[in-house]
Design a protein around this ligand. Structure first.
Ligand SMILES: Cc1cc2nc3c(=O)[nH]c(=O)nc-3n(C[C@H](O)[C@H](O)[C@H](O)COP(=O)(O)O)c2cc1C
Length: 440
């Protein structure tokens, strides 16, 4: 199979889906928040869809309007993934772990353990943790960015060295001679920097893919420096048009090249939040049901995007002729021009919002063919190597896998089955054990 195909991933969040209101969706049980069976079912859905991985963001703290919206992060993903790894056989997992509020030995040990338990399907999304709410949980104030990233470089370097500290052929297990391990191949790393250090070795043998994949999300000059050196997966920030997303992908590729790596070793993923139904109208109706209680806060936000003064009392009345005439897309918000386009079609403010115009990622709307068309256009425009499904509710993951994936397969854009068994094989990135000798 020589034609390049798109990669897919989905989000592992609380037990409802990524939308804060998803806990009210009719198909969700309100007690799903910490129900691991729901997560197992999602992982099996992703596997049925031949997804490369499930991406588990994490935020160690209480934030947002938790009185009304389900928190996105509850259980530490590392803990949840030890269950999911056992209940699946092919799909990969990328879990978030802080480079600032961990010690290298802890991170190296936890992630490599999961990599071994999952038989080589694990990745680590290395984040620097700069939100004061999270930081306060470690008794600290936010550290300066330069310091956070200096520590992040040290962290990844030491963690990778620890991962490689049990030599690939060290496990002898010779019953006749009585030699269990070749200790010449299991040696301390004695590695330290300005902030952290570890002696090693780490007493965990290689997994089927050697060691976990490193992923990076967030971008910016510092983030690109980190991703360019170490990451096999970059998850892009919220971009809403093909040109901007393609540009971000190019920045990651050139960061990898500058670090002495092949740009193709870094796979760029961008998010999308499909709004699905058998027709556009049904998709909108479904989404409106879930978002019913968000209008008071969101209609004024839509007003700001359109340069109009809108309030929730007019959520169900189409915009008037004079309003449409004076509406302007807010140049400070990249989502505004799409909102304006939809307003011109005659939808009410509540319906415009149900098109996902203020979602965190582009939101194609409509039947499976329309979602497949969007992904085909985006992939053929070269904006990403892979697409990260942010399913508003978990039911959308099932709909997507059962209805959109077969279309993509039929069009020759997406693989019909896994070609290998490890996350590195799913991504098409090279094996690595220990540090990358090309990156000093
Ligand atoms: C798609 C995406 C996913 C992210 N996921 C997380 C996450 O799960 N946890 C987290 O703490 N930060 C997450 N981030 C934030 C970044 O990793 C990074 O911390 C942020 O962009 C700024 O960090 P800095 O101020 O230290 O540069 C994510 C960013 C993006 C774009």
């Amino acid at each position: 199979m020589s034609q390049k195909m798109m990669l897919l991933s989905a989000t592992l969040s609380s037990g409802y889906g990524v939308q804060g209101q998803a806990w009210r969706a009719p198909e969700n049980d309100t007690r799903n928040l910490t129900d691991v069976e729901v997560q197992v079912k999602l992982a099996q859905t992703a596997e049925r869809g031949k997804f490369a991985f499930l991406f588990a963001p994490d935020f160690p703290g209480a934030r947002g309007d938790m009185e009304n919206q389900a928190p996105a992060s509850t259980l530490d993903p590392i803990v949840t993934l030890s269950v999911l790894a056992h209940e699946t056989t092919r799909v990969g997992f990328i879990a978030t772990g802080s480079t600032t509020y961990n010690e290298p030995y802890n991170l190296a040990r936890q992630f490599k353990a999961l990599d071994v338990l999952s038989r080589g399907r694990m990745g680590w999304n290395a984040v620097t943790t700069s939100d004061p709410i999270a930081v306060a949980n470690y008794g600290e104030q936010v550290r300066p960015r330069a310091e956070r990233y200096e520590r992040a470089h040290e962290m990844i370097t030491i963690v990778q060295a620890l991962w490689g500290s049990w030599g690939e052929d060290a496990w002898v297990g010779d019953v006749d001679t009585g030699q269990f391990l070749d200790m010449d191949q299991i040696q301390p790393i004695n590695l330290g920097g300005k902030h952290i250090a570890s002696r090693g070795p780490l007493v965990i043998p290689p997994s089927e893919q050697g060691q976990p994949v490193v992923a990076s999300a967030g971008g910016g000059e510092y983030g690109l420096g980190l991703a360019g050196r170490y990451a096999s997966v970059a998850v892009g920030s919220s971009t809403y048009d093909f040109a901007t997303t393609r540009q971000e992908r190019e920045m990651y590729r050139s960061a990898a090249h500058q670090a002495g790596r092949d740009a193709d070793e870094l796979k760029y993923f961008t998010g999308f939040m499909p709004i699905m139904g058998s027709t556009v109208e049904e998709a909108i109706r479904r989404r409106m049901q879930m978002d019913e209680h968000l209008a008071p806060q969101r209609v004024p936000m839509l007003g700001q995007m359109l340069g109009l003064s809108l309030d929730a009392s007019r959520a169900d009345q189409p915009l008037s002729g004079p309003q449409l005439e004076s509406a302007r897309a807010n140049p400070a918000d990249p989502r505004s021009s799409r909102a304006l386009e939809i307003a011109y079609q005659g939808w009410t403010p509540r319906e415009i919002l149900a098109h996902g115009v203020i979602d965190y990622a582009p939101s194609p709307v409509g039947p499976p063919e329309a979602i497949a068309d969007y992904l085909q256009d985006a992939f053929e425009a070269g904006i990403a190597d892979g697409f990260w499904l942010q399913q508003a509710t978990y039911a959308i993951a099932d709909d997507f896998v059962d209805e959109v994936v077969p279309i993509l397969q039929k069009r020759g854009l997406y693989h019909r089955d896994y070609q290998g068994s490890t996350l590195r094989e799913h991504l098409g990135v090279p094996r690595q054990y220990g540090q990358d000798p090309r990156v000093s």
